[in-house]
Design a protein around this ligand. Sequence first.
Ligand SMILES: C[S@@+](CC[C@H](N)C(=O)[O-])C[C@H]1O[C@@H](n2cnc3c(N)ncnc32)[C@H](O)[C@@H]1O
Length: 256
Amino acid sequence: MKHIMIKQFLIKQKKIAKGLYFTYLAHRGQNYDEEIFWDTSFYTSGISDRQTISPQKSPISTKYHYASVELLILRTLYNRGIDLNNSVVLDIGSGSGHWIDFYKSLGVKQIIGMDVSKSSIEYLKEKYKNRTDIYFYHGKAVECIDKIDTKVNIVNAIGVMFHIVDDAEWQETIKKISNQLSPNGLLIVGGHFGFINGINVQFDDKNNINKRLRSRAAWKRTLKNAGFSKVEFIKNQAYLHIDDSLPENNILIATK
Ligand SMILES: C[S@@+](CC[C@H](N)C(=O)[O-])C[C@H]1O[C@@H](n2cnc3c(N)ncnc32)[C@H](O)[C@@H]1O
C-alpha cells in the first residue's frame, strides 16, 4: 500500500512541476475556447460521470473520486448544521448531473444547472425532462449567471473553476457567484489550491491551455474582493490510496 501512496504523491508533484515549467519557463500554449473544446474534443463518447473525467476512466475509480468529494461536502454540511430543505442550489459545469442528483437526494427545493457544453445541456434536459424543480442554462457561467432571477443558498462548482483559464473571466465569474448568493450562502469549489498561482497543467493537441490552477492566496484575495467573509480549504487525500490518477479534488468552502 505504501508504494501506491508514494507513487501517487510523486505523480501529482510531477504534474505540478511540469505545469510550472510549461507556464513560467516554456510559456507554452494559449487559452482554449471553452465554447468549442468541450463539445468537439471532450464529450466525444457521450455523457456520463465517467466521461466527465475521461472516456478511459474505470467505473470504480470514477465512483471512488465522486465518493471522496461527497464525503467532504457532507461533512461540511452536517458539521455546520446546514438545513437544505427549501434551499436553492446553483450547479456550475453540471456535466452529467452527478451533483444535481447528489443535492436532490439531500432534499433541496430547486436546482439550477449550467454548462458551456451543448451536449451536456441536451443530455441533462432529457435526463430531467419531467422535473419542474430542475432547470438549465447553456453557456459560460459568467454569462448564464446573469439570467438567474433568484438568490441561491449554495453554489456548487466541482472540477470546473480551473477550466476557466482566462483570469479576468475567472474573477468575474466569482464576483457574479457572490452577487447571486444569499447572506451566509456557500460557494463549494472542487479543485487544487496550492502555493503557486496560475499553473497551466493541461493542453489539448493544438497546444491550447484548458486547465489552470490558482493558489490559495489568489483564491482568498479574489473571494474577499468579491464579498465573501470566510474561506476554508479541505484536503482530499483519497488519491493517495488508489493506483489510478484522479482529477484535482480538494475542496474550498467560501461563506458569503
Ligand atoms: C470536468 S467536468 C466536471 C463536471 C461536473 N461538475 C462533475 O463534477 O461531474 C467540467 C465541466 O465544466 C464545464 N465547463 C467548463 N467551463 C465552463 C464555463 N466557463 N461555464 C460553464 N461550464 C463550464 C464543461 O463543459 C464540463 O461539463
